[in-house]
Design a protein around this ligand. Structure first.
Ligand SMILES: Cc1cc2nc3c(=O)[nH]c(=O)nc-3n(C[C@H](O)[C@H](O)[C@H](O)COP(=O)(O)OP(=O)(O)OC[C@H]3O[C@@H](n4cnc5c(N)ncnc54)[C@H](O)[C@@H]3O)c2cc1C
Length: 299
């Protein structure tokens, strides 16, 4: 079901029982009770302001790090990746990027501007908002190393300017003010660090050779434990190719789980748990998953 207008005043697209499998890179996930795509930041702000405060809100980037359970998401899922896509350069080394902007687009424009280090963003298939929420990183670079400031929106639709000091940032983890979501970041790049299109392209080529990029996945499922690699531990536990239902540990990269044959979210979650338990039994190391698991178990 779809309605053109979300509320009397906030404009956007409101879909009821929207299958999240249409929106996640694993191609699984039950329905969002309500899925809202605002027309503008003002509409988003009005929508949040008018929304009954008891209704849970879940913010969605483009679903490249998300396992939505088969029972779906209760409440409202907000997708702002069609708006908040601005990208500008207010000062020589500073870039302002909207939370809905794809990280790949940021990388390409920074390379044109000669701003580095920025190539690592090209390997991250999500949005700037998702990268801020996850402290996404690759090839030695991390999102929050570049953050000068962020703008957020809260549950009442109010906008805030925030400094990095207001967040606790770690490896693939960020905690900060509750019930606020990123709408924009100002990123600082470095003097004398020239990015190169060739470096970016060879990094992308390497990823193509070592990761199952054409198949539905969420990238690395587990965080690397200190001093080791989750992929090495999983492979050494003999789990490459192991499957539950339609979910399979990739033969190409053991820290990737692929949806190889109409997997359900339950198949994937059970496989994640099986891998975790096996790695504990074989290596005595407890892996922590990097992917966010959300929603309700199917009844
Ligand atoms: C093939 C592949 C390769 C990948 N490689 C890498 C890699 O090299 N490095 C890496 O770090 N990740 C990698 N990932 C994982 C993923 O791309 C990143 O975690 C990315 O940052 C997620 O962004 P998203 O927009 O898809 O967020 P989503 O998956 O939609 O959401 C992820 C989390 O962020 C929250 N969130 C999203 N937007 C906002 C916002 N604006 N404000 C507050 N919270 C928000 C969501 O609520 C959710 O909890 C890979 C994924 C795939 C499929």
């Amino acid at each position: 079901m779809m309605a053109a207008t979300a509320t009397d005043t906030a404009r956007g697209e409101l879909r009821l029982t929207e299958p999240m499998s249409k929106h996640t890179s694993w191609r699984v996930g039950g329905p969002a009770e309500t899925f809202f795509v605002p027309n503008s930041l003002e509409d988003l702000s009005l929508f949040l302001h008018e929304l009954n405060e008891e209704i849970p809100v879940f913010w969605f980037g483009v679903g490249t790090n998300l396992l939505v359970r088969d029972g779906g998401i209760h409440g409202v899922v907000i997708s702002a990746s069609r708006i908040l896509r601005e990208l500008e350069r207010p000062e020589h080394y500073l870039v302002r990027a909207g939370a809905g902007l794809p990280c790949t687009q940021l990388a390409r424009q920074c390379i044109r501007w000669g701003l580095g280090p920025s190539e690592f963003f090209a390997g991250i298939p999500g949005t700037i908002g998702g990268a801020l929420a996850m402290n996404a990183g690759a090839h030695g670079g991390e999102t929050w190393e570049r953050v000068e400031s962020v703008r957020t929106i809260d549950r009442d639709g109010e906008i805030h300017e925030r400094a990095p000091a207001e967040y606790t940032v770690g490896y693939r983890s960020v905690t900060g003010p509750k019930n606020e979501w990123f709408i924009e970041a100002v990123l600082r790049f470095e003097e004398g660090v020239e990015p190169s299109l060739e470096d970016m392209n060879s990094m992308l080529e390497r990823r193509k050779k070592t990761q199952p990029l054409g198949l539905p996945s969420c990238g690395s499922v587990f965080r690397n434990p200190p001093g080791d690699h989750a992929a090495r531990l999983i492979e050494a536990a003999g789990l490459k190719g192991f499957s539950i239902g339609g979910a399979e540990v990739s033969e190409k990269h053991a820290n990737f789980i692929i949806n190889s044959d109409n997997a359900t979210a339950t198949d994937i979650e059970e496989l994640i748990e099986h891998v975790r338990q096996t790695v504990i039994e074989v290596h005595g190391i407890e892996l922590v998953h990097e992917v966010r698991i959300v929603g309700e178990v199917a009844k």
